[in-house]
Ligand binder design. Structure first.
Ligand code: PMP
Length: 287
């Protein structure tokens, strides 16, 4: 397995960065998780747009142009002979001193890890996941603005810990006002009377690439889709609930906080959207 590290491909156990990297010391950096389907990088431009926007927002200079970054992504999957899998692209502030000052970290670290993906079993897509809501709140605006896909994932990790304690794979995070925001690493959708709803990003949701693809598919196939704040009550009484994310794709939810959702398995609209999504991924990508 070859890891891209600052312009070179190195073997996995030689891919090391400094303990003074502010990504390590302070979570100062950004990342993307990207899927490769059939040798194509899915939504490459969208992921890189989000990466470069996140970088600009936190004043982090990525030492590669957009085009060069696209080329090294392609090179990474070629070098690793990956047809289907996952790319983790990390840009950290780089090594500095023990102070916070980013001016002391003049050189960002750019890391690309390409791997096989452990996804949910197909059974989960048919029967849906059990999930719970958790007490960890999504921080909104400022530094933890969910629009910035930063290395500050402590909130999400706390959600994951609560999910683990509840014995579920994904959990629902609210924002500080009690509106449903998203999962630990997935966006959330609900369906009620044929209308598809997802929280607007200002509620505290990442502008997910899969989320955008699903909104687009809804518009194409004719499901009304609304970005509107909603509460746990709306989730409990929804006809269908599903999560979306690069790794999870479109995964149904069959139970939330011990309330059975709809028929207790993947609903018809969720199933249709997953099918449409899987047909899009095969054709839409950078080779
Ligand atoms: N929310 C969070 C907090 C995430 O980390 C992610 C990405 N794994 C998502 C939502 C889903 O976004 P995407 O569809 O771009 O993977």
């Amino acid at each position: 397995q070859w890891i891209y590290l600052n312009g070179e491909f190195v073997e996995k156990d030689k891919a090391l960065v400094s303990v003074y990297d502010h990504g390590f010391l302070y979570g100062d950096g950004i990342f993307e998780g990207i899927r490769v389907y059939n040798g194509n990088i899915f939504k490459c431009k969208e992921h890189l747009d989000r990466l470069y926007d996140s970088a600009k927002s936190i004043m982090l200079d990525i030492p590669l142009s957009f085009g060069d970054m696209q080329n090294v992504l392609v090179e990474s999957i070629r070098k690793n002979e990956l047809r289907d899998g996952y790319i983790r692209l990390v840009v950290s502030r780089g090594p500095g001193d023990l102070g916070l000052d980013p001016r002391r970290s003049p050189k960002a670290n750019v890391i690309i890890i390409v791997e096989q993906l452990a996804i949910y079993p197909e059974e989960a897509y048919l029967n849906g996941l059990k999930t719970v809501s958790v007490s960890t709140r999504r921080n909104i605006p400022d530094a933890l603005n969910p629009k910035i896909k930063s290395l500050n994932y402590l909130n999400n990790i706390l959600v994951k810990i609560q999910a683990n304690l509840a014995g579920v794979g994904e959990a629902i995070m609210l924002n500080s006002q009690g509106y449903v925001a998203e999962g630990s690493s997935d966006n959330i959708f609900i369906v009620k009377r044929g209308v598809v709803y997802t929280p607007p990003c200002y509620v505290g949701a990442l502008e997910g690439i899969t989320r955008a693809a699903i909104i687009e598919i809804c518009q194409k196939v004719g499901y009304p889709v609304k970005e509107e704040p909603f509460t746990l009550h709306d989730v409990y009484v929804a006809d269908e609930v599903f999560f979306t994310g690069t790794a999870a794709e479109v995964i149904a939810v069959r139970e939330v906080d011990a309330r059975i959702i709809g028929s207790g398995a993947a609903g018809p609209i969720t199933t249709h959207l997953l099918k449409e999504f899987r047909s899009v991924v095969e054709i839409d990508g950078v080779k």
